[in-house]
Design a protein around this ligand. Sequence first.
Ligand code: GLP
Length: 268
Amino acid sequence: MRIIIEQNPEAASIRAAGWISQLIRKKPKCVLGLATGSTPLAVYGELIRQHREEDLDWSQVTSFNLDEYVGLPPTHPQSYRYFMDENLFRHINIPTQNVNVPDGRALDFERYCRTYEKLIQQAGGIDLQLLGIGADGHIAFNEPGSSLGSRTRIKTLTRKTIEDNARFFESPSEVPRMAITMGVGTILDSRQCLLLATGGHKAEAVAKTVEGPVTSQITASALQLHRDVVVVLDESAAALLQRVDYYREVEQVQREIESAFVSEPSGG
Ligand code: GLP
């Protein structure tokens, strides 16, 4: 895991956005895995800015979102599809037919989940999966206890997740009890994962994810098994990590190597 610690949430978001825009520029036909929640909001804001001001072109990009509440239509203001339309898709030039968000109103969920997995495969697999993290260490809606090999399926939400997400609804009783979510196994199939976490309320989950044992009780810890994971944190989210000095040192060396590559003309 590459651990990047930025001073504040803004800097962390800009760093994460840079990762995504770099990929789009390098591989215009890339497949992105996208996430919802408060954490990626500033990332999307920066990507929109780059589209408007720096010609970041989404015309060939395909996207797959991690999850969606069961029962909410795409027009529901708390649905993840609505969130993505409002906070990213309608501000950039990604073709609507390239956008995939799980359908929370599918009639045959089992079949639909298999189709979603197939669509990801047909698109060539996910190049870069953006992830947030729940306070209990979940990724997407893979609640504690989810199989680390799980695929896209329906998941019952924990009381903690319902309470955490109730802030977006009028009351906790309005939060759907179930969600359709990519599995941990689906996420691990992505070529690269980019986990963004900001704020002290994520510090415990981050420490368990990065330095704890791999366990289905903290589904984000499965990322330790992935060969290409970047974790971007602000200082508050990194506060409970034991090996911060080492991560900073590694990052320093990494940056030196990268800048040497940039300044050296290739083919010499
Ligand atoms: C939900 C989403 C996750 C997200 C998490 C944290 O559970 N399914 O994908 O990472 O919320 O959200 P926030 O960024 O608002 O803390």
